[in-house]
Design a protein around this ligand. Structure first.
Ligand code: ADP
Ligand code: MG
Length: 711
């Protein structure tokens, strides 16, 4: 047994076998998800304290934040007059004494026992002649020696402290020393990327000699996490390509050319690039699996229609699936307008051709109309189907589905995409284009959509004037928003008012929209022609109201979130978003994208409740005020929300990123993806790298990644 230890072997050794882990500690560790030595070794320190580099108490200066390493001398607790608990602690090092007070943290009395070594970070003030810190950050160090002390996530509840964890980790690492720990990254790749050996990295992250050591270790271990994710994604991508037979579409046919010729504008360079990338996929033998990212208004619809026409010109059908009925309806209107007058060959008819047929299929299409659409889909006389989930119901059969476009990926599950793909005939899998108007940063896209190819529309059609955005912090400033609306209307233009979103109940949402409508009609926007649009109206009523707005018979459209996407009225130049605070950056950006579509400058007001603090900021609102670039905003969003939200559907459980960050480790994400392609393309089933393959099998679930477990 001299082979290095694999992660699977480390996972098979219970932590109970380590020195000092008895039944009670075993239970504590279990309660924080640490059962095996592997779990323990991948419980990384959350901070490291450099003993040689910290201030001594005598170096502290009032008003300057600093870290000191001290021992606890005395702890007392009392309750203040206004019933707050106050824990007073005297700490010190050889150079002097420091007072610490904790308010409302009664448990500190139990935590900070006399003699304990702690690291204290905070801002000292002068108090009664001495120095005092209030509510500083405290890390327990215990009796650890060494220059750099790792601080592990501690759990008061589980009764685990950092020095215990550090001790067990050290014991575990010592026991691994004889055999070493297996490394899945080939030596050549390590050398090229300047990555240290994995065993070394594990030692250095837990027991670094210098702060630089642990940085080098972190880089290596973060790379491992990313490499695993990327390898799975790349294998999934290659497996899909290998296992499925696609249609070789006719890309130089008649229809796409005619569409282009009929457009009243030139394609943007980005649209041309995306169409070329898509057509290259469509012409190939494997089914396309591509993501089209583009900001609101970048012109995705045209790219999607062009892709569907490729299918149609080869005698196949196209389908566009949207997340809501309203959106599907809007797409149908838009696509019909684009394809008005386009004909397709029809040998059976008198003139040898017929009008290209676009049909809508949602749950609102019922009775004979539905029968008619279904029959047309089945016999191939419907060329393009636009709909909601209704399109993937069992009863829907296509004659020959060639290209599927899925709009707004984030609301569609992977399963639904799969169901739609399965609508192809026989063994042939349709090509799939996923569109999203919520741009996500490149590195995040590589991870979340890592099994897709990505096309980006990073350019808006010419002539768009950036929207100027303002924050109305409370009713006083809200008045300025209404003034904008009145001015725009007086100048012959139009405005949207977006009503608060009430997630719990559509009924409440409608009631609130009605209130807003009545209030505005009676007061702020008195005398203007107001329309109301909400989710409980029939689609005919909605359509009628939209038509009136489009035709200029209404000045202001008061609407719930139904106008989120797809509405296109170039003369609308003002938008007031009420109660903007709860919305995410992407949602606000989407809504705002409804203005700024014409020749005149547009304005968007984001209204939030007044804050008591006049200096209060709202980072999301600030971001929107500062930028109209969806990709830039996506970066900010990732920064603000962290990757958790992005990753949660893509990765879960043990394949989580513990060290790697999609924000900070952009370079590593790209490198990991590159290496993953290199490894998989040289050896599709990873037969020559059993260590890596075994790690993937260990850390990813069989349900999600069936292909890993084949063969
Ligand atoms: P998206 O779906 O990406 O938000 P749309 O496809 O709805 O954007 O397009 C937004 C608007 O831009 C539409 O009115 C469309 O007709 C117009 N448009 C699309 N491409 C161009 C172009 N190349 N030049 C000018 N206008 C364009
Ligand atoms: Mg669109």
């Amino acid at each position: 047994m001299s082979e290095p230890l694999t992660l699977r072997e480390l996972d098979a050794i219970g932590v109970g076998r380590l020195k000092g882990v008895g039944d009670k500690k075993l239970e504590s560790l279990g309660s924080v998800g640490v059962e095996s030595v592997l779990d323990l070794l991948t419980t990384y320190p959350r901070r490291w304290v450099d003993r040689t580099n910290e201030a001594r108490v005598s170096d502290l200066e009032p008003g300057h934040e600093a870290l000191v390493l001290v021992s606890v001398r005395k702890v007392t607790k009392r309750v203040t007059r206004n019933r707050r608990t106050m824990v007073n602690v005297v700490v010190g090092d050889g150079s002097g004494r420091l007072h610490i007070v904790f308010f409302n943290q009664p448990w500190r009395e139990r935590q900070l026992t006399e003699g304990l070594q702690i690291a204290v970070y905070g801002k000292p003030d002068v108090y009664q002649g001495g120095l005092q810190m209030t509510n500083p950050i405290v890390d327990l160090i215990g009796d650890r020696t060494g220059r750099i002390v790792p601080i592990y996530p501690q759990s008061e509840k589980a009764a685990l402290n950092t020095w215990e964890i550090a001790g067990w980790v050290e014991d575990a690492l010592q026991r691994c020393a004889a055999r070493g720990i297996a490394d899945p990254v080939p030596a050549g790749v390590r050398a090229r990327l300047g990555l240290i050996d994995r065993h070394d990295a594990l030692r250095k992250i837990h027991l670094p000699d210098t702060m630089r050591d642990k940085e080098i270790a972190r880089r290596r271990l973060a790379f491992d996490e990313l490499l695993r994710v990327q390898t799975v994604l790349v294998m999934r991508k290659r497996a899909l390509e290998r296992d499925s037979l696609g249609i070789r579409h006719v890309v130089d046919g008649d229809l796409t050319g005619r569409l282009r010729a009929a457009l009243p504008y030139e394609l943007t360079a980005a649209q041309r690039r995306a169409i070329d990338e898509i057509e290259a996929d469509l012409a190939g033998p494997h089914p396309m699996h591509r993501l089209l990212q583009g900001d609101v208004g970048a012109g995705k619809t045209l790219v999607a229609v062009s892709a569907m026409l490729v299918a149609v010109q080869g005698g196949h059908q196209g389908a566009l699936m949207a997340p809501t009925e309203v959106l599907a309806e809007q797409h149908a209107t838009g696509v019909r307008r684009l394809l008005d007058g386009v004909t397709v060959a029809d040998p059976g008819s008198l003139f040898g051709e017929r009008q290209l047929r676009v049909e809508l299929l949602t749950n609102r299409i019922t009775g004979n109309q539905r029968k008619d659409v279904l029959a047309g889909l089945a016999d191939g006389t419907v060329d393009i189907a636009i709909g909601t989930h209704a399109l993937i119901q069992d009863a829907v059969a296509f004659d020959s589905l060639g290209v599927v476009v899925v709009d707004e990926q984030h609301r569609f599950g992977v399963e639904q995409r799969a169901a739609l793909r399965a609508k192809g005939d026989g063994d042939v899998v349709p090509d799939v284009l996923v569109m999203t108007a919520t741009p996500i940063p490149r590195t995040a896209a590589m991870t979340v959509y890592g099994d897709l190819d990505v096309s980006v529309l990073d350019e808006l059609p010419p002539g768009r004037i950036p929207i100027s955005t303002h924050w109305a912090n409370g009713p006083l400033m809200e008045e300025a928003a209404w003034a904008t609306v009145r001015e725009e209307v007086a100048a012959g233009r139009q405005a949207y008012v977006v009503c608060p979103l009430i997630e719990e109940s559509e009924k409440l949402e409608v009631a609130s929209a009605q209130d807003t409508y009545e209030r505005l009609a009676a007061a702020e926007l008195h005398g203007l022609r107001l329309g109301l649009l909400h989710g409980r109206m029939s689609s005919a009523d909605k359509e009628a109201e939209m038509d009136r707005f489009r035709a200029g018979a209404l000045d202001v459209l008061v609407a719930t979130t139904v106008i989120e996407v797809g509405v296109d009225v170039p003369t609308a130049t003002a938008m007031v978003i009420l109660d903007a605070a709860p919305f995410g950056i992407a949602q606000l950006h989407q809504r705002r994208g409804r203005v700024g579509r014409g020749q005149q400058p547009s304005t968007c007001w984001l209204v939030t409740a007044a804050s008591e603090d006049p200096d209060a900021t709202n980072p999301r609102v600030d971001a929107l005020v500062a930028s109209t670039d969806g990709f830039e905003l996506a970066e900010v969003d990732l920064e603000l929300r962290g990757e958790g939200t992005i990753m949660n559907t893509a990765q879960k459980g043990r394949s989580d990123l513990k060290l790697a960050s999609l924000r900070r480790d952009r370079e590593l994400v790209a490198l990991a993806r590159e290496v993953a392609f290199e490894l998989v393309d040289a050896d599709p089933l990873l037969e020559s790298n059993p260590v890596l393959l075994d790690e993937l099998r260990l850390l990813f679930s069989a349900d999600d990644e069936a292909f890993l477990f084949k063969s």
